[in-house]
Design a protein around this ligand. Structure first.
Ligand SMILES: O=C(O)COP(=O)(O)O
Ligand SMILES: [Mg+2]
Length: 226
């Protein structure tokens, strides 16, 4: 892979730019307590993040990354409402940018890259979190997990961003912490960068064979801005 022609950087959000698991875990545990169910430590809940809020709720109700097949839709929907209420009240309480991201987004913008955000997080939560970090103006386009009928690892959200912003897949780089980001990139014929510090079901992102992998945002910046 060469960086020469890369113009559009599509970033994942949770586990890539922000450490959001403390707030997601609090919201999941508030929901579980309200339902009289057992709560879980943050390290456990971290391994349930990656496929959007609905799946996090289903995994929390199951107490496992594998979803209990006996869960009822009505039960999940009621739990999801409780989770959404709890997360809306706490989506920026403990959420913080990873080191070097805040300044890095500015440096990448100044260097002429176009930035976009594609997260599996429900879109309703994204604008407030971006605003709380002062990042709204950095992103030419933002898609949430429910902005389109399908989410990552489906390639559709990435292809939709490329088409809307008028870049082809060869001009684009997908940067994320999860196998879902890497698979979406590969299926869209977009080169991928894996970041190892986020949430990937407890697995090393290098197992997903991204084109490049870095252990912190600073290394990514040094490579992109070299
Ligand atoms: O909400 C999730 O499950 C993961 O969100 P992400 O796609 O920004 O990592
Ligand atoms: Mg992520």
């Amino acid at each position: 892979m060469t960086l020469d022609n890369k113009k559009l950087l599509i970033f994942d959000f949770d586990g890539t730019l922000i450490d959001s698991v403390p707030d997601l875990a609090d919201a999941a545990n508030i929901m579980l307590s309200q339902l009289g169910k057992p709560t879980y430590p943050i390290d456990t809940i971290q391994e349930w993040v990656g496929n959007g809020a609905r799946m996090l709720v289903e995994r929390a109700l199951s107490g496992n990354v594998e979803i209990d097949p006996n869960l009822l839709d009505t039960e999940v929907e009621a739990a999801e409402r409780l989770f959404f209420d709890a997360y809306a009240a706490h989506d920026t309480s403990k959420t913080a940018a990873y080191p070097d991201v805040d300044d890095g987004l500015k440096q990448l913008t100044d260097a002429g890259f176009t930035l976009a955000l594609v997260t599996n997080k429900p879109i309703r939560f994204v604008p407030d979190i971006l605003a709380s970090l002062g990042w709204t103006s950095y992103f030419a386009m933002v898609l949430g997990g429910d902005s389109l009928p399908v989410k990552k690892p489906d390639p559709t959200p990435l292809l939709h961003v490329c088409k809307t912003l008028k870049f082809d897949s060869l001009q684009t780089l997908m940067i994320g912490d999860s196998i879902n980001d890497i698979q979406a990139g590969k299926r869209a014929n977009i080169d991928t960068v894996g970041l190892s510090y986020g949430y990937n079901y407890g697995k090393d992102i290098r197992e997903s064979q991204p084109n490049q992998a870095f252990d912190n945002f600073k290394e990514l910046l040094d490579w992109l801005l070299a």
